[in-house]
Design a protein around this ligand. Structure first.
Ligand code: PMV
Length: 346
């Protein structure tokens, strides 16, 4: 049997293609700011919900000794220079960990537009971390995949798990304790929806990576955020543990408002929300006020598009239909974590 294995070239035995599927996540306590730029370590703990397959990335990776460089196809097109560099750097990290020097084929498809404030880097790097680590022969646990995904994009660390997920900022200098854990399974949130109002599906002008670095450097308000976000984190964490959306709705909106205030306080100011975004925020506040219940909570990422978590999607959608400037509405359920498939993309 052993002699049989030695008849095959090592690359044939070790390097097979692997396909991972990861869904995006939308934070309710936001990550905006790093304490270590290189290791992608955040200044605060964050919490998100993982989305369903409407916001997902499928990625196939194969290391191939015949390649002279990495080959990266994103959404059926050759990756542009910037995209290629990010994927190539990430693969270098995987190669270093696996102690291999072989280039890879990477094919990746999103079910939604990239870089439009819909957290495509979260699903993208979580899927790449899962597929590339397996393809390189690293037998990583979910925790290790979460740590690895963090190096591609901070928010990707949370997309490894389904349901409600916490990314612990950690204290270790080497970042070994900064990874995600699941707070509550998606099964506990069957009645919760994220109604996403797409206002603009174009690429954002300031990347979150560049934007948050500027905020940390120049915003005075950011120091206040760091003091206040811990309390909000505890409120939301407890509400999740008690399966109580109402108890966290106001805090979710407060945290989004606070992050966007810090962006506006950055020099030069960073403005992602537009007039339509603000109209949506006002409508959600009115809805909660009129009904005397916390039916909905908005949150905005690094883009104008609105994410409205709600236990009453019908009501929210009918109100959104009256607001001008919304191009598309997506109703997302709370989704599952990373998984693997035998249906490869090449
Ligand atoms: O991980 P990045 O670089 O895509 O940053 C994400 C930042 C926000 O989406 C704005 C907030 C968050 O916690 O996801």
């Amino acid at each position: 049997m052993l002699s049989c294995i030695f008849l095959f070239p090592i690359s044939f035995i070790l390097f097979m293609e692997f396909t991972a599927i990861a869904n995006s996540n939308i934070a309710i306590i936001k990550y905006w700011g790093k304490r270590d730029e290189k290791l992608i370590l955040p200044t605060n703990n964050s919490i998100s919900f993982t989305m369903d397959e409407q916001l997902s990335t499928t990625t196939t990776v194969e290391f191939d000794s015949n390649l002279a460089r990495d080959e990266v196809i994103l959404d059926s097109k050759q990756a542009d220079e910037k995209e290629f560099a990010r994927v190539h750097d990430f693969l270098n990290l995987v190669r270093a960990r696996a102690r291999i020097k072989i280039f890879a084929h990477v094919v990746s498809n999103n079910t939604f537009p990239k870089a439009a404030g819909l957290a495509s880097s979260a699903s993208g790097f979580a899927a790449l971390a899962g597929a590339a680590s397996k393809a390189a022969g690293l037998n990583y646990s979910e925790k290790e995949i979460s740590v690895l995904a963090r190096f591609g994009s901070g928010s990707a660390t949370r997309s490894v798990y389904g349901g409600a997920v916490e990314w612990q900022k950690g204290n270790a200098i080497d970042g070994s304790d900064s990874y995600a854990i699941q707070l509550s399974s998606e099964k506990n949130w069957k009645n919760l929806r994220n109604i996403i109002a797409i206002i603009d599906a174009e690429k954002k002008k300031v990347s979150s990576r560049a934007g948050m670095a500027e905020t940390v450097k120049t915003s005075k308000l950011f120091r206040h955020r760091l003091e206040a976000v811990g309390t909000r984190f505890e409120i939301v964490r407890n509400a999740i543990k008690n399966n109580n959306f109402e108890a966290m709705a106001d805090t979710i909106m407060e945290d989004s408002d606070d992050m966007h205030a810090c962006m506006a306080d950055t020099n030069p100011p960073i403005v992602y929300m537009n007039e339509t975004s603000h109209k949506i925020a006002k409508t959600v506040r009115q809805l909660n006020g009129d009904s005397n219940e916390k039916i909905a909570a908005y949150t905005f990422d690094a883009g104008p598009n609105a994410n409205i978590y709600t236990t009453n999607p019908k009501e929210v959608k009918s109100l959104l239909n009256e607001i001008e400037g919304i191009k598309k509405i997506i109703e997302c359920k709370i989704g599952e974590g990373i998984h693997y498939s035998n249906k490869h993309l090449f």
